[in-house]
Design a protein around this ligand. Structure first.
Ligand code: DAH
Length: 337
């Protein structure tokens, strides 16, 4: 091996490095190529092993050439590295480019559950007659839920309400919204026009038409004079507002301890067994109940009604099973927009 041969090897290496380096397109690949040329076990080191065969005066010369070649290849690799970095950055920017003017995903808009939706519909109709919304309380006492409503402790009519009692003596989950009548009367004197929507509870076996937890809306009007025909007029409007202007109503005698006389109200319902569907109970507030609310039955009269919200919602939306109201199934709930 002589000086010329070694120099040729180095120049050949430099030339082939130029081709290879410019062909590389990824940083990692370039790193590998760089060390295979310049590294400790790289091609230049390999070639320089032959230096030992040279006459002593030629050795520095080949050293100079080798350094030149090393510097040239090093410069090639560095230049290529800059180009690749710039390319990679440009690609990344391209990949991650986002257009701030692209419309985002549409936010999904919720809807009212059919129970509050029905309560809202009732509230709106009643508001037109000057009724305001008040609230009773879900945990009641026996006195207000029953006794002050003219339902004494051993009265057989208690069988109408299968009651969930609490551990604390005399406390229970209200079986109806009617105790709200007492609380409203006690809270302020007449004139009174309120509706009391809310949740009620009964010890019931659950099926398609019974829940242990359900909603009622109570209505109460107390004034110097109030008549059954006033009640009738308002309930007619309520029925038409809820079920459409062609709806007929039918008032049948009923029995509730807190109203006298009491009525059951039906609406015309084509397709039902006899063409009618019962939707609520109502009546003239019993004088004893007025007195229990702190109102003189000699100077004032009142009427009241109570309806089951689930029932109304089922009729309005054609829902066959009231358990659906509590299941929280989004496929059911999103049907009411
Ligand atoms: N509280 C009764 C029930 O739960 C419904 C009711 C009937 C309420 C007649 C009234 C009424 O205010 O006058 O079955």
């Amino acid at each position: 091996m002589d000086l010329a041969a070694l120099e040729k090897q180095l120049r050949t290496l430099q030339a082939s490095a130029e081709t290879h380096v410019s062909a590389v397109t990824a940083s990692a690949e370039l790193d590998d190529l760089g060390s295979s040329l310049l590294g400790k076990r790289g091609a230049i080191t390999e070639i320089l092993r032959g230096i030992g065969d040279l006459p002593a005066e030629d050795r520095p010369k080949i050293g100079v050439i080798a350094n030149e070649v090393r510097a040239a290849i090093d410069a090639l690799v560095s230049a290529r590295r800059e180009t690749i970095k710039a390319d990679e950055l440009r690609d990344q920017i391209e990949r991650e480019r986002s257009d701030a003017t692209t419309p985002g995903p549409a936010p999904s808009v919720g809807s009212l559950h059919p129970i509050p939706e029905t309560i809202a519909a009732i509230t709106e109709i009643m508001a037109a007659f000057g009724f305001v919304v008040a609230e009773g309380q879900e945990i009641e006492d026996d006195v207000t839920n029953f006794q002050l409503l003219n339902i004494p402790e051993d009265h057989p009519s208690r069988d109408l309400w299968d009651t969930l009692y609490l551990k604390e003596p005399g406390r229970l989950l209200r079986t109806h919204t009617s105790p709200g009548q007492i609380r409203t009367m006690q809270a302020g004197g007449p004139p009174i026009r309120v509706i009391l929507p809310g949740r009620c509870f009964r010890y019931e076996a659950v099926d398609a038409s019974h829940g242990f937890e359900f909603h009622q809306v109570e209505g109460l009007l107390v004034d110097r004079s109030a008549s059954l025909s006033d009640l009738k007029g308002i309930l007619n409007e309520l029925a038409r507002g809820l079920f459409g202007p062609a709806t007929q109503t039918r008032f049948r005698p009923g029995y509730y301890p807190f109203t006298e006389p009491s009525v059951a109200v039906d609406v015309s319902w084509p397709g039902s067994k006899d063409g009618w569907m019962t939707i609520l109970g109502a009546g003239m507030v019993h004088p004893v109940v007025l007195e229990n609310g702190g109102i003189d039955p000699e100077t004032h009269q009142g009427f009241a009604f109570g309806l089951g919200v689930e029932r109304i919602a089922m009729l309005r939306h054609n829902i066959p099973d009231l358990r659906a109201f509590l299941e929280n199934d989004i496929r059911f709930l999103s049907g009411f927009r």
